[in-house]
Design a protein around this ligand. Structure first.
Ligand SMILES: [Zn+2]
Length: 201
């Protein structure tokens, strides 16, 4: 993990189009200067517990991870897959990152991949944040199938979830209904978790 950033960046992805796309998205974001409505700072532990309760069967324990700035913005799944081919003591771990508005009541989850050490199980986030967050809350899926397999079963409908734990007091002005039923994710994670047992047994 102590390699020079640019050195690792060079090796992290085999597809120059992905690098180009990532850099363009980063530039667009910086040009727009909009800032994000939700971030790491707004996340309150008690509210996060309430937010995550319906996902108890699908998601593990949330952890605040320091971001190690060696990957490319927006391509977390590739960053982790490619890093794992360089250093096979790590494997990708799929899950969600969690952000909240300033008052902490509007919470969001977005699908995310980090690295998991095969030696001690520790998690490392190597994808720089769009909004230059230095750390991010991450909650792992309770299955260890690759992202590709998860997507085959879940599609992209389960990528994002947002909910107001209580009424937002900071005027984010954003009152979309939750994008999917938590039970749907629980069912898929249980299915994938069992699939491993079947394959191994
Ligand atoms: Zn708020």
């Amino acid at each position: 993990m102590a390699m020079k950033n640019d050195f690792v960046r060079f090796f992290l992805t085999e597809d120059p189009n992905i690098i180009k796309e990532s850099l363009e998205m980063k530039q667009e974001w910086e040009d727009a200067k909009g800032g994000a409505a939700t971030g790491t700072q707004g996340v309150k532990k008690k509210k996060m517990e309430i937010f995550l309760k319906p996902f108890a069967e699908a998601l593990g324990t949330p952890e605040k991870l320091h971001i190690i700035n060696i990957g490319f913005v927006r391509v977390c799944h590739n960053n982790c897959k490619n890093f794992s081919t360089i250093d096979n003591t790590f494997e990708p771990q799929l899950g969600y990152n969690i952000t909240a508005c300033d008052c902490g009541n509007l919470m969001c989850m977005e699908i995310h991949s980090v690295l998991k050490s095969k030696i001690d199980g520790k998690l490392y986030d190597i994808t720089p944040d769009f909004n230059n967050e230095k750390s991010k809350w991450f909650v792992p899926m309770k299955h260890n199938k690759p992202c590709r397999i998860h997507m085959q079963l879940a599609g992209r409908k389960l990528d994002c979830f947002n909910k107001q734990v209580k009424r937002c007091k900071c005027g984010v002005g954003w009152n979309m209904p939750p994008s999917f039923e938590p039970q749907h994710l629980c069912n898929i994670v249980k299915m994938l978790d069992r699939a491993i047992v079947v394959m191994m047994g």
